[in-house]
Design a protein around this ligand. Structure first.
Ligand code: GAR
Length: 258
């Protein structure tokens, strides 16, 4: 492994099969990096057990508990002192006075706790591996403030920009798509809208059901996510604005190749 391996922080909410793929790829040298912490919003996430088994530090920021306590008593977990609501709404292109403000403030309260929990472990890249909570501008601005040097990655179970949200394979299958897939992208202020790094597709055949679609998709996720992390570690992901103004990822050739 090279001298300064990529320091990867990971967030999970559930089973953590993608996390496992990342841990295995680091151990096998397919990612020149190491996972420095695994955090979760869910105390029951099996991904935490996978991390512990690999000797990786873990923590839980229990969003469910924080949000329930906040609903009973907003002062129990206030929005952090450096929370700027108007700026956050503007970042997401949302008009003032909408219900989104309360939602974002509650996320910022959780994210302040999350950032505090992450603080012992400096990292180069934060990967969302089945982390089922939206990131608000509060966390984005503190972890990945430069849109041309993003450092948060997500894996999504659909061929974006189709089917953003929480049930990519379900939405793909119920739509009657004949192809499904997965996408790795950098995270921006929107929902599953950031610059796309890599995608894989698979056919959906008449004999398929939702379970088999998920199985095919996950198998591709486990290949794609480590590949994208390797490209990041090698400094081969360049974010540029194209002629439409959209930020896209250009994959640079391996060093030494034309
Ligand atoms: C994966 O299919 C991942 O793409 C999806 O959750 C699953 C997590 O599985 N992520 C999202 O839907 C994010 N919006 P895992 O816990 O076994 O890696």
């Amino acid at each position: 492994m090279k001298e300064n391996p990529l320091r990867i922080g990971a967030l999970v909410s559930g089973g953590g099969t993608n996390l496992q793929a990342v841990l295995d790829a680091c151990a096998g040298g397919r990612i020149p990096g190491r996972v420095v912490f695994v955090g979760s919003d869910n105390p029951e996430a099996h991904g935490l057990t996978r991390a512990k088994n690999a000797g990786i530090p873990t923590f839980v920021t229990d969003y469910g508990r924080i949000l329930a306590e906040r609903r009973r008593d907003p002062a129990s977990h206030p929005a952090p002192p450096d929370w700027d609501q108007d700026q956050a709404l503007a970042r997401q292109g949302i008009a003032k006075g909408s219900g989104a403000a309360r939602f974002l403030a509650s996320r910022a309260a959780c994210e302040a706790a999350l950032l505090e929990a992450m603080s012992p472990w400096p990292f180069d890249l934060l990967v969302l591996a089945g982390f089922m909570r939206l990131l608000s501008p509060y966390l984005m601005d503190r972890v990945s403030p430069d849109p041309f040097r993003p450092r948060i990655m997500n894996i999504h179970p659909a061929i974006l920009p189709a089917f953003p949200g929480t049930d990519g394979y379900g939405d793909t299958f119920r739509h009657g798509c004949k192809v499904g897939g997965c996408t790795v992208h950098f995270v921006d202020y929107g929902e599953d809208s950031g610059p796309i790094i890599g995608q894989r597709a698979f056919p959906i055949l008449p004999a398929d059901d939702l379970e088999s679609v998920k199985k095919k998709g996950l198998a591709l996720e486990w290949e794609l996510y480590p590949e994208c992390m390797r490209l990041f570690a090698e400094g081969r992901l360049a974010v540029e604005a194209n002629e439409t103004g959209r930020r896209i990822v250009k994959i640079l050739p391996e060093r030494g190749t034309p």
